[in-house]
Design a protein around this ligand. Structure first.
Ligand code: AMP
Ligand code: ZN
Length: 163
């Protein structure tokens, strides 16, 4: 169901127009980002409103990624990019500004500065016992179609509070 306040739902409903549409079918829409990080920076959305990918049934998430993969090839060919970054943010802590599921497909060029994740998140050196505890915690939060909770404003991560 469309979210009344959601800018991407408004786009799907035709209430606002994306500046440059790249792809559309019955279920998906892709358009150029209005604040492109590089020429050809494309946003891929589902027409159905989900806030985050964690809320999507796994099959739907898989189908969305098939399209993202296909459009990544089009974006790479269309911009003659040297590489492609596929980025997907979930919740404010990750940098998500628009609370409607979307993937960023961003052309990358060898002429750019350092392309690594290191430019956004610094490396944290962690002892092996902490890594093992975190891995166990992740494994116990899995299963098929695992459920998750919406994040609270501040939640102390006592599992790795020192990092
Ligand atoms: P995120 O931070 O992952 O939520 O990214 C949201 C992206 O949507 C940003 O890069 C915005 O520039 C982009 N965006 C927001 N509104 C529009 C719009 N009307 N048309 C195209 N891109 C948009
Ligand atoms: Zn929406």
């Amino acid at each position: 169901m469309a979210d009344q306040e959601c800018i991407f739902c408004a786009m799907v409903a035709g209430k606002i127009q994306p500046a440059a549409k790249v792809y559309e079918d019955g279920e998906y829409l892709a358009f150029l980002d209005i604040n492109p990080r590089n020429p050809g920076h494309t946003i891929v959305i589902t027409k159905k409103h989900y806030e985050v990918v964690l809320d999507m049934p796994e099959k739907e998430a898989g189908k969305l990624f098939e399209l993202v993969k296909r459009l990544s090839v089009s974006v790479k060919n269309g911009t003659q990019a040297d590489g492609i970054s596929i980025l997907q943010n979930n919740y404010r802590a990750s940098g998500q500004a628009v609370p409607h599921i979307h993937f960023h497909v961003i052309p990358r060029f060898n002429s750019e500065g350092p392309p690594a994740l290191e430019t956004i998140l610094s490396v944290k050196r962690m002892p092996e016992d902490v890594l093992k505890k975190i891995a166990e915690s992740i494994k116990s939060g899995g299963g098929s179609e695992p459920k998750h909770e919406k994040p609270k404003e501040t939640k102390k991560k006592d599992l790795f509070e020192d990092f």
